[in-house]
Design a protein around this ligand. Structure first.
Ligand SMILES: Cc1cc2nc3c(=O)[nH]c(=O)nc-3n(C[C@H](O)[C@H](O)[C@H](O)COP(=O)(O)OP(=O)(O)OC[C@H]3O[C@@H](n4cnc5c(N)ncnc54)[C@H](O)[C@@H]3O)c2cc1C
Ligand code: SF4
Length: 332
């Protein structure tokens, strides 16, 4: 069993208290929600933080609520299990419910939270290893080293964004609210992530993600999710695909397609606007799958053959539309 490194554990009861602790230990404190990712990573020696700020006492960050403008606010401390079974999420954001229901396994979904999922560190077969293992390989860019083992000569870490709720929320146009001792800011989820696997988020170390907000969606919008993983009962994604389609009277008005588990940032498929105005049918489904395949290049950052992942991508695009009840020719 790997031991945890020593750290001071803080258990604030309010958000301002938690934010003050982060402010008072710049670069040396990390928030912890469910701990399902943070604790293994600490054991692997991936972080040097000497202060861990437990968020579980912050009741104000828990729960799903409808706001007066019809948007849904999803508290960062809401468990992944709760997100997957909440009636409002299942009725209005089915792709998010589907993504949450496929995160890890049942125990991890009870402990893991939405905020922890959205702030999940990137993953790579060369980094999620013991210190001894990484040392034997001479480390890598993401921690303690100067080279990347995935992209030879690469200057940027391409560890994979592996959080399943991110592509679902992204495809629905979600925003996130971040708070620090200095104030609050809100930004589109798509702007939270950057293409650098060392730290793939613009969230500052003194900020806590408070909630995700999904704007009101048009009646009839169909949202679906599909995921490739080796063991359906527990594994991280080898591909995750989220789609959102609004095609009233059969004609595409809005279509978004976000693919993740490729590199450090989820990828929003470009060029889908050229499909708008056309009737939703098998031809468009094929074009969407082809566009995704052309733009997505899985890497050896995951222990699943990248060529195979790329080859099956159109099938997973199709599965995502199927999960949305939007396969052409099939009534939902
Ligand atoms: C075996 C196994 C399988 C897994 N499979 C999957 C999977 O299939 N899909 C998937 O998406 N995940 C998977 N996970 C990862 C993890 O369990 C989930 O992503 C979970 O939702 C993380 O939430 P948490 O609350 O436990 O995060 P934590 O471990 O508490 O935190 C994760 C990171 O987010 C930061 N953080 C947490 N909350 C906040 C906040 N509110 N504001 C700012 N920063 C915050 C922490 O500092 C840390 O850096 C798996 C984990 C394991 C161990
Ligand atoms: S992608 Fe490269 S730099 Fe990043 S964790 Fe993997 S081996 Fe390290």
């Amino acid at each position: 069993m790997l031991p945890l490194p020593p750290f001071e554990y803080h258990a604030p009861r309010t958000l301002p208290e938690a934010l003050r602790i982060l402010r008072d230990h710049p670069g040396d404190a990390m928030p912890m929600a469910g701990g399902t990712d943070l604790l293994p990573n600490l054991k692997h020696g991936l972080y040097g933080a000497r202060h861990v700020v437990g968020l579980r006492g912050l009741e104000e960050l828990r729960g799903v609520r409808e706001r007066p403008d019809g948007s849904l606010a999803l508290g960062a401390l809401t468990s992944i299990a709760e997100i997957s079974r909440h009636p409002l999420v299942r009725a209005r954001l089915p792709s998010l419910a589907a993504a949450a229901s496929q995160v890890a396994g049942p125990q991890l979904r009870e402990m893991g939270t939405l905020g922890g999922n959205l702030c999940l560190d990137t993953r790579c077969v060369y980094i999620n290893q013991t210190h001894f293992w990484r040392q034997a390989l001479g480390y890598c860019l993401k921690k303690d080293g100067t080279v990347c083992h995935v992209v030879q000569g690469g200057q940027r870490c391409v560890a994979a964004a592996s959080n399943d709720t991110a592509p679902a929320l992204w495809s629905l146009g979600a925003r996130v609210r971040l708070a620090s001792a200095a104030g609050e800011r809100e930004l589109p989820l798509r702007e939270l992530y950057v293409a650098d696997g060392v730290r793939n988020s613009v969230r500052r170390e003194d900020e806590i993600l408070v909630e995700a907000i999904v704007p009101p969606l048009p009646e009839g919008l169909r949202a679906g999710f599909s995921k490739l993983r080796m063991r359906a009962a527990i594994d991280f994604p080898a591909l995750s695909v989220a789609v959102a389609l609004f095609a009233p009277a059969g004609k595409v008005e809005r279509l978004s397609l976000v693919v993740s588990a490729l590199a450090a940032r989820p990828h929003e498929v470009r060029g889908l606007e050229r499909l708008t105005g056309r009737p939703w049918g098998p031809e468009l489904l094929r074009e969407a799958g082809e566009l995704a395949q052309r733009q997505c290049h899985p890497l050896t950052n995951i222990n699943v053959d990248p060529e195979w992942r790329r080859a099956v991508l159109p099938a997973y695009v199709r599965k995502a539309f199927e999960s949305a009840g939007a396969l052409p020719g099939k009534s939902p």
